[in-house]
Design a protein around this ligand. Structure first.
Ligand code: ADP
Ligand code: MG
Length: 621
């Protein structure tokens, strides 16, 4: 029996694996089981397509056999197997171009290397983390002779003829100190369930089971063989094979939610990248939806092997309520969290997944509006968050968001608002800043009511931040009614312009209010109210400023508001006629303060406000 040396790269790789992965050696089992699963896939494929193999028996299974006394574990499969040449080239050299490439990038810098290793498969060699000797007996399908490959993972390997009854591979690990913990049936079952539960083939474990012997009052060790995995990668089956109940059951098992999901989207992508995704929308929003420490709900699999869960990298943050599975054919098993963020394959899957989820939601919105309403009741807000961050999908997100409005009960879509617009309406208007009741009674809406123009009521705290960044829906402008320029749209060319007549009053008010206001203007947006407050284009509204200050931004500069007054209002007309009267100054402040109150802003000096009010009342009653 000839001793053969490892290719130099193999020794290098072995060292690296042992040093960079020692913190979670349990992955050795995931790697070996996935190799067996690949070998079974290959044989199945041959029996389907190759005449010479069609008559071969195909009884796919993976057997783990634990010998606690000997501290060994064997992993046997009935797959394609390896002949002498295969054993040498697959287990003794690094033929895989990816790994070669990887080794050429090695810097010697441990930390960087252990990050790098996640980009490539570690595979078979990871078993040397837990074993000081590995024996592989394999017989290739269609051949008679079997071979035994043995190595201590240090210097090289031996190869010799051996016998094996059927085609397949049996790998025996002689556990080292690190591996001792896996000479334990509980631990093995746990690791198999964690990583390999959805491998399509059955995985059996043979071990000494303790059973209580009541007669002799002691526990007996009984050699037992049990299937460990569920072997149910449902998501890899075609949609037509699956019932609603199948989907619901899988949802419950992966989400921990006991109620049925609202809907699910199952996609199989082939071609450039091969992957399967199955996404679920929970009927009720997850409890941690608005917690900074939320858990991501998507699990990543590579070829049905579980890789990791609650990875926030798998979907954008605003879709954190989505539950489900991404199963890729193209990622290495060893892909790490650090690598996920910059991995091109995953980025492509993520981009396509977001598009898919959003377009499915859009089609539900169109075809099943009632069902969609259930969705939006739970998830309108995260969708708005998407508007803030996901520029690429903004158009679709705008179609998904729903709004309260002055024209309809319940919620409405921008598409519907647009369809209700009259021909000469210049934009879609909305009002933000405060509770719904406050917004609905705002003097800013008066002109819109008068002109019968719909205004959206954006009463969610995040609305102002989100929508200040969204200025168009398709070709149509989106405008906040409390911005100073918005009223330009509303000017009625036919009405006489009385700005000039009112100018002396405006000047007078400005001198009274001084530096509390940026400007005082004649308004075109008021009907019943004498005055209102508007903000400059780029400034946060008064409520927003109030909120930011409450959140601790004390030294935020306070932009001054602009006061608009209604030239047609009785009070304003009287003031104009009598600008120097004793009550003129009180009236000026009352016009300003009441506009602030209507905006939901609390007055700095309520006592003075009340004194003024009382003086005016005394004079007028
Ligand atoms: P990878 O699985 O990424 O190719 P591994 O290091 O896990 O890398 O395995 C190396 C090669 O050894 C495999 O590609 C396969 O050809 C061969 N091999 C490993 N285990 C088995 C097995 N149980 N049956 C057949 N071939 C195997
Ligand atoms: Mg492998």
């Amino acid at each position: 029996m000839a001793k053969q040396e490892f290719q130099t790269e193999v020794s290098q790789l072995l060292q690296l694996i042992i040093h960079s992965l020692y913190s979670h050696p349990e992955i050795f089992l995931r790697e070996l089981i996935s190799n067996s699963s690949d070998a079974l896939d290959k044989l199945r494929h041959l029996t389907l397509v190759d005449e010479a193999f069609k008559s071969l028996p195909f009884d796919p299974r993976i057997d783990l056999t634990l010998d606690e006394a000997a501290q060994t574990l064997t992993i046997a499969d009935t797959g394609i197997g390896m002949n002498e040449e295969d054993l040498i080239s697959h287990l003794g050299t690094i033929a895989r171009s990816g790994t070669k490439n990887f080794l050429s990038q090695l810097s010697g810098d441990q930390k960087k290397d252990s990050n790098l290793i996640g980009q490539f498969g570690v595979g078979f060699y990871s078993a040397f983390m837990v074993a000081d000797k590995i024996e592989v007996v394999s017989r290739k399908a269609g051949e008679e002779q079997a071979y035994r490959w043995t190595s201590d993972g240090k210097t090289g390997f031996d190869i010799e003829p051996a016998s094996r009854e059927t085609a397949g591979t049996t790998i025996t690990l002689h556990f080292n100190e690190e591996g001792n913990q896996y000479a334990n049936s509980w631990r093995l079952q746990e690791v198999v369930k964690k990583y390999s539960n959805h491998i399509a083939f059955p995985i059996f474990l043979t071990y000494d089971k303790s059973e209580w012997n009541a007669e002799e009052k002691k526990s007996d060790k009984i050699r037992t063989t049990e299937q460990v995995n569920a072997a149910s990668a449902l998501w890899r089956r075609s949609k037509s094979e699956l019932t609603d109940d199948d989907y619901k059951e899988l949802y419950k098992s992966i989400s921990g939610d006991s109620s049925d999901p609202l809907f699910w989207f199952h996609t199989r992508a082939e071609g450039n990248l091969d992957y399967t995704t199955l996404f679920y929308i929970p009927t009720k929003a997850p409890l941690d939806l608005y917690q900074a420490e939320y858990k991501g709900g998507v699990k990543l699999y590579v070829k049905r092997v579980f890789i990791l869960d609650d990875a926030k990298e798998l979907l954008p943050q605003y879709l954190r309520f989505v539950r489900g599975i991404i199963d890729s054919e193209d990622l290495p098993l060893n892909v790490s969290r650090e690598i996920l963020q910059q991995n091109r394959v995953l980025t492509a899957i993520k981009t396509a997944s977001v598009k898919k989820i959003l377009s499915e939601l859009k089609s539900i919105a169109e075809k099943q509006p009632e069902k969609y309403l259930e969705f939006i009741t739970q998830y309108n807000r995260p969708i708005k968050e998407g508007l803030y961050g996901d520029y690429a999908n903004r158009e679709t997100l705008l179609d998904l968001v729903r709004f309260k409005s002055t024209k309809v009960e319940g919620m409405t879509s921008l598409a519907d608002v647009k369809s209700r617009m009259s021909e000469d309406q210049k934009a879609i208007y909305y009002i933000t800043g405060g509770a719904e009741s406050l917004l609905r009674t705002s003097p800013l809406l008066e002109i819109y009511k008068k002109k019968d123009i719909e205004v959206l009521i954006l009463d969610d705290e995040i609305d102002e931040i989100v929508f200040s960044g969204v200025d168009k829906y398709g070709e149509t402008d989106l405008k906040a009614v409390n911005k100073s320029s918005t009223s330009d749209d509303l000017k009625d060319e036919s009405e006489p312009d009385n700005t000039e007549a009112i100018q002396p009053l405006l000047d007078k008010l400005k001198s009274i209010l001084g530096d509390r206001v940026a400007d005082v203007r004649a308004s075109v947006r008021l009907a019943d109210s004498p005055s209102c407050i508007v903000s400059d284009e780029d400034e946060p509204s008064l409520q927003m400023q109030q909120m930011l200050r409450a959140m601790g931004q004390k030294d935020m500069p306070m932009p001054k508001p602009t006061l608009e007054i209604n030239p047609d209002h009785e009070i304003v007309k009287k003031l104009l006629a009598n600008p120097h009267g004793t009550l003129a100054e009180d009236a000026a402040w009352l016009l300003f303060d009441q506009a602030l109150l209507m905006e939901g802003v609390s007055l700095k000096d309520p006592a003075t406000f009340v004194q003024r009010l009382n003086r005016v009342l005394t004079a007028s009653i």
